[in-house]
Design a binder for this molecule. Structure first.
Ligand SMILES: CC(C)(COP(=O)(O)OP(=O)(O)OC[C@H]1O[C@@H](n2cnc3c(N)ncnc32)[C@H](O)[C@@H]1OP(=O)(O)O)[C@@H](O)C(=O)NCCC(=O)NCCS
Length: 172
């Protein structure tokens, strides 16, 4: 594995996180090309200002993976999110993205391990996530990390809706 360090994000990381999220999201989902709804989504939700604010929020945790000083992966959890299936509050893994040339080098797993040890130290028992049903690579990765599918929801964007699987892991 490449020598990677995992650190809590600093607001000064927001520019590079923004670029990583925009490119990784488009590579993962825009296989039919760049639609207006995807372009608007990444421009708004992954803007430098939005990321900077998210890093500073106490209600979430942003982790970054560094390789030789450069950002190669990012993860965000939201501590109190409503599980759409169980209707209870749960920690949600809201983002997990690895820069394309670093996929398959253990960075996603290292970010997951760091998140899980943080959550265990806080006494949290579960973590949820939502993943697009057609993102088979990510689903296979999450199953390997011990997540199971507990249901699905429709994620509505501007014009289209996309079926997302809800996955859960019990933190033993
Ligand atoms: C999904 C993603 C985060 C996984 O991160 P990664 O760094 O590539 O995964 P790792 O190298 O840490 O793999 C960890 C383990 O999962 C396995 N794994 C990874 N991808 C897999 C796949 N597509 N199918 C089966 N197993 C997979 C690896 O073989 C490895 O197994 P091991 O522990 O036995 O060695 C990464 O591929 C990614 O960023 N994809 C694009 C963005 C995306 O879809 N994010 C999820 C949005 S919900």
């Amino acid at each position: 594995m490449t020598k990677i360090s995992i650190e809590k994000a600093d607001p000064s990381d927001a520019l590079r996180i923004s670029v990583l999220l925009k490119t990784a999201y488009i590579q993962a989902y825009a296989y039919d090309g760049i639609s207006f709804e995807y372009a608007n989504f990444v421009t708004n939700r992954f803007s430098v200002e939005y990321i900077e604010k998210s890093i500073q929020k106490k209600s979430s945790l942003f982790l970054v993976a560094f390789n030789e000083g450069n950002i190669v992966g990012v993860a965000e959890i939201i501590y109190n999110s409503l599980c759409p299936i169980r209707k209870t509050n749960v920690v949600e893994l809201s983002k997990l993205y690895v820069h394309q040339t670093f996929i398959g080098k253990g960075i996603g797993k290292a970010l997951m391990n760091a998140i899980e040890s943080e959550l265990r130290s806080m006494g949290k028992a579960h973590i949820n996530l939502e993943v697009y049903i057609k993102n088979q690579e990510a689903i296979a990765f999450y199953e390997k990390q011990g997540f199971t599918i507990i249901g699905s929801v429709d994620c509505v964007m501007e014009e289209n809706s996309y079926e997302d699987l809800i996955m859960n892991k019990v933190l033993t």
